[in-house]
Design a binder for this molecule. Structure first.
Ligand SMILES: NC(=O)c1ccc[n+]([C@@H]2O[C@H](COP(=O)([O-])OP(=O)(O)OC[C@H]3O[C@@H](n4cnc5c(N)ncnc54)[C@H](OP(=O)(O)O)[C@@H]3O)[C@@H](O)[C@H]2O)c1
Length: 217
C-alpha cells in the first residue's frame, strides 16, 4: 500500500515508518520543515507545514491511506503548562480532511488516547484525576475535537486510543479493551503494529477502540 505518515518524527511516527517499510509498504514520511528527522532508507521524506492544504493534497496524491501520529508537544505536566501549539489538532484536522478529499484518499487512522470520548468512563480513577488536573486536560480537549472532526468527515476513519505509551520493545499483545484497571500501558511499537494491521484490513472493526497491552479490566 502507499501510506502517508503524519508526525513521522515522533515516537509512534518513527515506529510506523520503520514497521511499514518492513511490511513492504511504500512510505511517505511527513515532518515539519524545522525537523532534524531523517527517514530510514526506503521511505520518502517530505517536509512541510501541517496547516498547508496545498502541500498536504500534493503529498496525499496517489496514497491509499493516511496514518497520523500528530500530537501536542507539552513542556511539562503542570496544569499551567501551555502546549507549543495549543490548537494543533483542532486546526490541522479540518485541513487534513480537506486535503484528503482533494486527493481522493478515503482512509485515515489517527492516534487519539485512552480516556477520550466515551472511553473516559473506562479509565481507572487515578487516571481520571490525572486527565482532569494536569496539562493533559488541554491535550485531551484537542483530541476530542480531532476525533469529532474525523468521525464527521465522511471518510473511513479509525481514531485508535492507546493507553500510556512506553518505549519498551513490541510485545505483539496489543488488544482492544472496554475496561481498564491498574497500570495500563502499551509500547509505541505495539501501537504502530496495531495501526498497520488495522489499515491492511479492508475496513476498520471499530472507530474509537481503546488499545492496550497491560491493565485490561
Ligand atoms: N504519552 C502518552 O502516554 C500517550 C498516551 C495515549 C495517547 N497519546 C497520544 O499519542 C500521540 C503520539 O505519541 P508520541 O509519543 O508519538 O508523540 P510525540 O513523540 O510527541 O510525536 C508527536 C508528533 O507530532 C508532531 N508535531 C507536534 N506539533 C507539530 C506541529 N505544530 N506541526 C507539525 N507536527 C507537529 C511532532 O513533530 P516534531 O518531532 O517536529 O515535534 C511529532 O512528529 C501523543 O501526542 C498523544 O496525543 C500519548
Amino acid at each position: 500500500m502507499k501510506l502517508v505518515i503524519l508526525g513521522a518524527s515522533g515516537g509512534c511516527g518513527r515506529q510506523l515508518v520503520r514497521q511499514a517499510l518492513t511490511r513492504g509498504h511504500e512510505v511517505t514520511a511527513v515532518a515539519r520543515p524545522s525537523s532534524s528527522y531523517s527517514a530510514p532508507d526506503g521511505a520518502t521524506l517530505t517536509r512541510g507545514d501541517i496547516f498547508d492544504q496545498d502541500f498536504l493534497a500534493q503529498t496525499f496524491a496517489g496514497a491509499d491511506a493516511v496514518l497520523s501520529s500528530l500530537g501536542l508537544k507539552v513542556p511539562s505536566l503542570s496544569p499551567f503548562a501551555t502546549p507549543e501549539v495549543p490548537d494543533l489538532l483542532s486546526r490541522a484536522t479540518p485541513i487534513i480532511v480537506a486535503a484528503m478529499k482533494r486527493a481522493e484518499v478515503k482512509r485515515i487512522i489517527a492516534i487519539s488516547a485512552g480516556g477520550v470520548g466515551d472511553s473516559y468512563a473506562w479509565m481507572p480513577g487515578v487516571f481520571k484525576v490525572f486527565i482532569k488536573t494536569t496539562v493533559l486536560r488541554k491535550a485531551y480537549a484537542e483530541l476530542e475535537k480531532m476525533e469529532k472532526i474525523l468521525l464527521e468527515s465522511g471518510l473511513d476513519v479509525c481514531c485508535c486510543r492507546p493507553t500510556g505509551l512506553s518505549d519498551d520493545p513490541a510485545t505483539g499483545r496489543a488488544r482492544v479493551v472496554t475496561s481498564l484497571k491498574g497500570r495500563a500501558q502499551i509500547p509505541r511499537a505495539d501501537v504502530a503494529a496495531w495501526m498497520l494491521d488495522a489499515i491492511e484490513r479492508p475496513s476498520f472493526a471499530a472507530r474509537g477502540p481503546v488499545i492496550t497491552v497491560t491493565g485490561a479490566g
